[in-house]
Design a protein. Structure first.
Length: 364
């Protein structure tokens, strides 16, 4: 038995303690003042950010040195649009070459063959070690080492089957594709390998136990699950290719940055022309980021119960909420896809099973 210590002499005694529960005075919770937590640091940092953005926006409008007239004049000019076409073409072809070859190299690294694994590792080691601009210049000047390329007797220069001059075979555009594509393949291989090994090994073992062929296991079971971790890094690499394509100006390919350079070298309007390149690169990157969102949403179907709402769905829901506040219409329900449905409780699951099997548990 435990004794309760008596309160000290002179201490205030709450008379409600000795009363029964049903006779105690009820507190009106509606009359209680709610004091919200004040996040001073959060407000301060937000105010500083808003001030910095407003200051920068004000300088964009008032600083005449930006030369927005020159910016508008050359934004849709012919050389700039041609440069954008070259940039997108080089990016698209290099990305396809890089990720197709990178997939093969990643599978080689995961191969049980020591020769294939070593060759794949050596490729990744070499092309990650050499700077990209050096690779492009080497490919462009390959004719200095090998004046002709072709097929013929092995270990000789007797190309009796087919023989072509290297300068004609590897043009500036081909050198850019080779440099960017082979360089990208080394990084893509590691991204794809990381995605493949992130999938639980039990998935492959279970598929092998069912007798599913190895190729089908890879492309229908393992790779779709690995895409959730591959897509973000792969998109980063593609965006890097868009900006990395600017290095091909060293071999005089008229991509976006090269076209802008040619123009501002003639008229000395450096900042407005650089802003043209900045805005176009931003537009391309934004489009790729939006595409990344929808691709990730597509491959998330196997991991979430309800897909997250798209920006368009969120905008429509916000408009409905604001429209309902203006009138007497009831507010719309929760945004579809915003939250996953609640898990079924054990009692609910039991009641469902009882109803399904004739409520045998209740009868017993």
């Amino acid at each position: 038995m435990t004794d309760t210590a008596a309160p000290p002499v002179g201490a205030p005694v709450d008379p409600e303690i000795d009363r029964p529960v049903e006779n105690r005075t009820k507190v009106d919770l509606g009359a209680v003042t709610v004091v919200h937590t004040r996040h001073w640091w959060r407000w301060t940092i937000a105010a500083v950010i808003v001030f910095a953005v407003a200051q920068f926006a004000w300088s964009l409008v008032t600083n005449d040195r930006y030369m927005w007239g020159t910016f508008a004049e050359y934004f849709f000019s012919g050389p700039v649009l041609i440069g954008i076409g070259y940039t997108l073409s080089i990016t698209a072809v290099s990305a396809v070459v890089g990720f197709v070859l990178g997939t093969i190299i990643a599978l080689g690294r995961l191969s049980k063959s020591v020769l294939l694994s070593s060759a794949a590792w050596g490729y990744i080691w070499f092309f990650r070690s050499v700077p990209l601009v050096v690779q492009i210049i080497v490919w462009y000047n390959l004719g200095y080492l090998y004046p002709t390329l072709g097929l013929g007797t092995p270990f000789t220069t007797d190309f009796w089957i087919v023989e072509l001059p290297t300068v004609q075979l590897i043009s500036a555009f081909a050198a850019a594709i080779l440099g960017l594509g082979l360089h990208q393949a080394a990084y893509s291989a590691e991204i794809i390998r990381g995605g493949l090994i992130s999938v639980d090994h039990g998935q492959q073992e279970a598929a092998a136990a069912l007798g599913i062929p190895a190729a089908r296991r890879l492309f229908r079971i393992i790779l779709p699950q690995a895409m959730r971790s591959i897509i973000p890094n792969a998109t980063n690499e593609v965006i890097g290719l868009v900006k990395g394509a600017s290095v091909v100006f060293v071999i005089a390919i008229p991509e976006l940055f090269y076209a802008v350079q040619v123009i501002y070298n003639r008229n000395s309007r450096v900042i407005p022309l650089l802003l043209v390149a900045v805005v176009w690169y931003t537009i391309i990157t934004t489009i790729l980021s939006v595409a990344q969102f929808y691709i990730e949403r597509h491959f998330a179907r196997g991991s979430v119960r309800v897909l997250p709402p798209t920006p368009l769905q969120q905008a429509r829901h916000w408009i409905r909420v604001q429209w309902a506040r203006l009138g007497d219409a009831p507010p719309p329900g929760a945004l579809e896809g915003a939250n996953a449905p609640a898990l079924t409780s054990a009692s609910q699951q039991g009641n469902r099973n009882d109803a399904k099997f004739g409520n045998s548990g209740a009868a017993s």
